[in-house]
Write a protein that binds this ligand. Structure first.
Ligand SMILES: Cc1ncc(COP(=O)(O)O)c(C=O)c1O
Length: 405
């Protein structure tokens, strides 16, 4: 078989065997041989509304017919991107905020890192340049977000990383307090996922996010929540900040904001970050992407938010409860070692000696698509998944594990 021309992300470049998908409906996708798979990870943690959602298709098509594309640099705006920003502020934890738009989670993270440093500089603190993140964190693949990642293998072999971006042990608030005690006057921001996703699905320890909030407040650093996975319904709330009762100074988002129907991402900036940026009317924010605020993309995201508001966000805890109950029953009979998660994102920790890639492959054979993360398997289904489909995911995991042992 010839190696295809498409070079795949996060894949062995010499790989030759691929599953070519041709259609999707609800929580099911179908490959070119007509085989169906339950989408147990909402594609890559993002198709909240499921596949084939026609209101989004229509909103994008209608916008394409009116104004397919135009930039938002400097003086230009368009209706869908303004409306999307307003709607995001409305559902955010802030009374007053603004939204910077991009296309991917990696762009959102790099934007937030740059805005944190820029805002500190404008506030008279150019010495505050350190960005702190946590082991196990995933913040995308651009040089900023890659430098902030706490997954070592993803950072190897790409040359020098961004200076003054440092990681601390994932759950150690005392260690973080020591870092602040020693270097707090040089820290621009702390960035963390409220629930660490790609690093293994790790909810925060009790009091951890509150501890971060306190340290940042005491020392004048910004707190950034990377809600690329957690935002837009995954925790049963618009943002995980609301679910955990901790309000950061900036929130990065992507994925669920458009359910991936269009590439949309962004950063919500609170007043604390905005005020220094807005104080000098001659200051120019020299940052932006050609497709920031793309009208067809933002029209799709707006339609997605309507679908989410219409009962889907409320369904997330029910999806999470049924899924986690099923996984726990497998843990209690020893099929898997452990279960962890929050909202509608969960991980099944496999027993020693079980290979997560082999179990994933066996699950694919049986018609369920999930993702191996280290020695665990991640489940993060579309919020439209039915109870029966959730049960099938759990049964197929059990069958796949048993087939390996
Ligand atoms: C928390 C988090 N931040 C950033 C990213 C990067 O997003 P993207 O792949 O859209 O660049 C991801 C992707 O999974 C993510 O989970």
């Amino acid at each position: 078989m010839a190696v295809p021309k498409l070079l795949h992300p996060y894949a062995v470049p010499a790989r030759e065997d691929f599953i070519t998908l041709v259609k999707g409906e609800g929580a099911v996708v179908t490959d070119s041989n007509g085989k169906d798979y339950i989408d147990g990870l909402a594609s890559l943690w993002y198709v909240q509304v499921g596949h084939g959602c026609q209101p989004i298709v229509e909103a994008v098509t209608n916008q394409m017919r009116k104004l397919a594309t135009f930039h938002t640099f400097e003086k230009f705006a368009n209706e869908p991107s303004e409306a999307l920003a307003a709607r995001i502020v409305e559902v955010s934890p802030y009374d007053d905020a603004r939204v910077f738009l991009g296309n991917s989670g990696s762009e959102a993270v790099d934007t937030a890192m740059k805005l944190a440093r820029a805002s500190q500089v404008r506030a008279g603190h150019p010495e505050r340049s350190i960005i702190v993140s946590r082991d196990r964190g995933y913040h995308g693949v651009n040089y900023g977000g890659m430098s902030a990642q706490g997954i070592a293998v993803n950072k190897e072999g790409f040359g020098p990383l961004l200076p003054e971006v440092i990681q601390v042990p994932a759950d150690d608030i005392e260690g973080m307090a020591t870092l602040f005690a020693n270097s707090g006057d040089k820290i621009a921001a702390v960035i963390t996922e409220p629930v660490q996703g790609a690093g293994g699905v790790w909810p925060p320890p009790d009091g951890y996010l509150e501890g971060l909030r306190r340290l940042c407040d005491q020392h004048g650093a910004y707190l950034i929540f990377d809600e690329v996975i957690c935002g837009f319904g995954r925790m049963g709330t618009w943002f995980a900040a609301e679910h955990f009762g901790v309000t950061p100074d900036m929130i990065t988002f992507a994925k669920g904001v458009s359910s991936g129907y269009q590439p949309v991402s962004g950063v919500v900036l609170s007043r604390k970050v905005l005020d220094p940026l807005e104080a000098d009317p001659t200051f120019m924010l020299r940052h932006g992407y050609t497709y920031s605020g793309h009208p067809a993309a933002t029209a799709g995201a707006l339609a997605n938010l309507e679908v989410l508001a219409d009962g889907l966000i409320d369904r997330a805890p029910k999806v999470g409860a049924r899924l986690s109950e099923g996984l726990r029953s497998l843990a209690s009979d020893g099929t898997i070692a452990d279960v962890r998660g929050a909202g509608a994102v969960w991980a099944a920790q496999l027993n020693d000696g079980q290979d997560s890639f082999a179990v994933r492959d066996a699950m694919l054979e049986l018609g369920v698509a999930v993702r191996p993360i280290g020695t665990a398997l991640a489940f993060c289904p579309p919020l439209v998944i039915t109870d029966e489909q959730i049960d099938t995911c759990v049964d197929v995991l059990a069958a796949a594990v048993n087939a390996q042992s």
